[in-house]
Design a protein around this ligand. Structure first.
Ligand SMILES: [Ca+2]
Ligand SMILES: [Ca+2]
Length: 489
């Protein structure tokens, strides 16, 4: 057999003749043929011999791979090209490392290299290059980069979810290993309980209703607000007191009227609507005007003269149906009767009562009580009276209650009916005497009443709103007595 490159015999495969065996496996010939890469070769069986099954062929490449096989009993193929091969065998390259340029033994593949110069040779198909390449080896120590991470409950890294704190190892690239220093913190809630009136501000938000509100989360702790809102309300206590008032709610003492605010508990504010009644000296008088007496009344009563006049005059606020008229009550010094210490102008009531309120300084002092009406002489108390904070004085049931200068011909008060005494009415010109001189004033009022429609006239001596002949009857009777002001000096 020959290995041909075209028509050129590259190699001749020969075998010893006359081998008489069957099969002759014990007499196999193995022959290596070197081929040039990049060129095709043909294996040619030139001439057959005597025996039908005289030869078998196996072609094995340098890598040990059988690339052609022909069994025995193939004599018919004699004289033919058995196979064509390409010389470009598969390259199997590797690097051998040497510790020096002159070393003949390469280093074991398990040799641990250190930084320095090594020499490398390439081996292809078992053929080593003749040159050794000096190669600078730099050993890079393994390093790691640790990434600290804090997470709530769990953390995913490189496709893995971690739920516990710890240090985890990730990939290594270029001698750098990634490490994860993981801190896992369980999520939790920090609840703040608050109660407020009307509204509550929390973390910049104002809430107006009760409820549970969620705030910000930091370090795996979520803030929560359990809020109770109560509407504000006020409980007002209304009361009055004389002089001062001490509010038990707060222990404070007040001396003037007003609305005061006390403490607030559970959104309920206490308030005090206080009326302070000033300290005073009260004198409860009883006095009658003779002309106004309603004959036969029981108990004795007077005409509501001022009220009736105001009603007749069309006043929208005529006062009370028990109002008789305004009178003047003076407190005069007991030692100097010309000195008027206090004066009030109360409204006389139909039953004769009249409330006089003097300043508190009047209490404890002694005064003459002087009562005057627009149609009468002043009526003096018989003696100075020492006032208390609440005094009474009755002119109506006792003649001796009025001052008398001792004139036996003139009683200081008019006996209206038995046991009932009153002020003489009819002194109209303010000269101190109730007499005929006053008649001209009466006539003027009769004219004013009848022709001018005027009311509240001084000469309405019986309180029926008009000044006419019926008032003259009172005047005529009283003027005959010649009443005058009886007073001490
Ligand atoms: Ca007079
Ligand atoms: Ca009258």
């Amino acid at each position: 057999m020959t290995v041909m490159n075209g028509s050129t015999i590259v190699a001749t495969l020969s075998f010893a003749a006359n081998e008489n065996c069957w099969p002759c496996t014990a007499n196999s010939l193995s022959q290596t043929v070197s081929l040039q890469s990049g060129i095709s070769y043909s294996l040619v069986w030139n001439t057959a011999g005597t025996w039908a099954g005289e030869v078998g062929v196996s072609v094995v490449n340098s890598s040990g791979v059988t690339v052609y096989s022909m069994g025995y009993n193939s004599q018919a193929l004699a004289g033919t090209t058995l196979s064509t091969f390409a010389g470009n065998c598969a390259i199997s390259a590797s690097i051998y490392w040497y510790s020096s340029a002159t070393s003949t033994a390469w280093l074991s593949s398990s040799e641990v290299l250190s930084s320095g110069t090594y020499y490398a040779a390439q081996v292809i198909n078992g053929v080593q290059s003749t040159d050794l390449a000096a190669t600078q080896i730099t050993i890079i120590p393994n390093t790691s980069v640790t990434t600290p991470v804090s997470a709530c409950d769990s953390y995913s890294w490189n496709g893995t979810t971690y739920s516990a704190s710890g240090t985890y190892t990730g990939t290594t690239e270029n001698c750098v290993t990634q490490l994860l220093n993981l801190t896992i913190t369980p999520s939790s809630t920090n609840t703040t309980t608050a109660s407020s009136c009307d509204s509550y501000s929390w973390n910049g938000t104002t809430y107006f209703a009760s409820g549970v509100y969620t705030g910000s989360t930091a370090n795996c702790v979520t803030q929560s607000l359990n809020l109770t809102i109560t509407p504000s309300s006020t409980n007002t206590t209304t009361t009055s007191a004389v002089g001062t008032y001490t509010w038990a709610q707060n222990g404070q003492t007040y001396t003037s009227s007003g609305v005061y605010t006390g403490s607030t508990v559970n959104c309920l504010t206490q308030a005090l609507n206080l009326t302070i009644i000033p300290y005073s000296t009260t004198l409860s008088l009883k006095v009658f005007l003779d002309g106004y007496y309603q004959y036969g009344s029981t108990p004795a009563s007077m005409v509501a003269a001022r009220y009736l006049n105001l009603v007749e005059a069309g006043s929208a606020s005529p006062g009370a149906v028990t109002d008789v008229d305004l009178i003047t009550v003076q407190l005069r010094s007991a030692t100097n009767t010309e000195t008027i210490v206090h004066t009030v102008t109360p409204i006389l009531q139909t039953n004769g009562n009249v409330q006089c309120v003097f300043p508190p300084a009047a209490t404890g002092n002694s005064y003459y009580i002087v009562v005057d009406h627009k149609g009468s002489n002043p009526l003096w108390s018989a003696n100075p009276i020492t006032l208390t904070s609440s005094s009474t004085y009755d002119f109506t049931n006792n003649l001796g209650s009025a001052y008398s200068d001792g004139d036996p011909s003139l009683s200081p008060m008019h006996t209206i009916v038995s046991g009932l005494y009153g002020i003489w009415l009819g002194e109209l010109n303010e000269d101190g005497y109730l007499d005929a001189v006053d008649y001209s004033d009466l006539e003027l009022d009769i004219y004013a009443s009848g022709y001018q429609g005027l009311y509240l006239l001084d000469a309405d001596l019986n309180g029926d709103t008009y000044v006419d002949a019926s008032d003259f009857a009172v005047f005529d009777s009283n003027s005959n007595y010649g009443a005058y002001e009886q007073r001490p000096y």
